[in-house]
Design a protein. Structure first.
Ligand SMILES: Nc1nonc1C(=O)N[C@@H]1CC[C@H](O)C1
Length: 247
């Protein structure tokens, strides 16, 4: 899988991608990250990449031409078809389902805005989809690009070791929040480890963990339950959790 990052600070994203799971996936030949800086394609002595917004108002808007030239160079660098994604709060939310879809794409270009954003005409002409990592405003799309790359890289076959795959599975499978986790010591001033986790009874542990996932989702993100496919056993576990909680 190839990622092309269009950013005024491509080294920022390349750096983030050089470590951890993404860095290891790169070393394993599972993905590559290539930076493109629109300023390298800007003209004039000052190599302008932004200008004031028509209609007035604060901030600056990224100019069409430097981005367009950088995108053209990016496309020319590799014959593989590329999906161009613009990171912005105006995009559709980045969910695990979207991450799974992106993980199958051979090549993705991530356009990172700065300032107030990008001239709409460039977005209409060059961008296949806009994606947001959350309803808040960052100073640039680079952090959002790094988040997307990390989440997608984890799904590349061979990117994770067994322990990491287990974490991925616990989030990935069912769209529920994860259960709580405990480690040594058993007894601590902050509390004790739940007995069931020490019992060695794997069926009871699995039930407890599932009930905790269901219960936490109900308490913290009830809207996720509408999307989740709950079995009859899940509903019984959740009803039991709710009745205890509401006692
Ligand atoms: N939330 C987000 N999810 O993806 N990107 C953002 C985000 O805040 N982008 C900034 C907005 C203006 C600046 O151009 C970059």
């Amino acid at each position: 899988m190839r990622f092309d990052i269009l950013s005024l600070f491509p080294e920022f994203v390349e750096q983030i991608s050089a470590h951890g799971v993404v860095g290891r996936a790169g070393e394993r030949g599972l993905l590559s990250v290539h930076g493109w800086n629109p300023r390298d394609y800007a003209e004039g002595n000052y190599r302008r990449v932004d200008d004031r917004p028509f209609g007035g108002g604060p901030g600056m808007v990224m100019l069409i031409e430097p981005l367009r030239a950088a995108l053209a160079a990016m496309r020319a660098a590799d014959p593989a078809p590329v999906r161009v994604i613009y990171l912005s709060p105006q995009g559709r939310p980045l969910t695990q389902a979207k991450v799974r879809q992106l993980a199958f794409m051979p090549r993705i270009a991530l356009l990172c805005g700065r300032y107030e954003g990008v001239d709409e005409r460039l977005l209409q002409a060059e961008v296949d989809e806009e994606i947001s990592i959350g309803d808040y405003v960052l100073s640039g799309g680079e952090l959002a690009a790094a988040v997307l790359i990390d989440a997608v890289a984890r799904l590349q076959e061979g990117a994770l070791n067994d322990a990491e795959s287990a974490v991925q599975d616990s989030f990935e499978g069912d769209g529920l929040l994860d259960c709580p986790h405990y480690t040594r010591p058993v007894e601590h001033a902050l509390g004790s480890v739940p007995e069931v986790l020490l019992s060695g009874n794997h069926a009871a542990i699995a039930y407890w963990r599932r009930q905790q996932s269901l219960g936490r989702t109900w308490l913290r993100r009830p809207e996720l339950l509408n999307e989740a496919e709950l079995s009859k056993g899940d509903r019984a576990l959740l009803d039991d959790f709710r009745s205890r909680w509401l006692q």
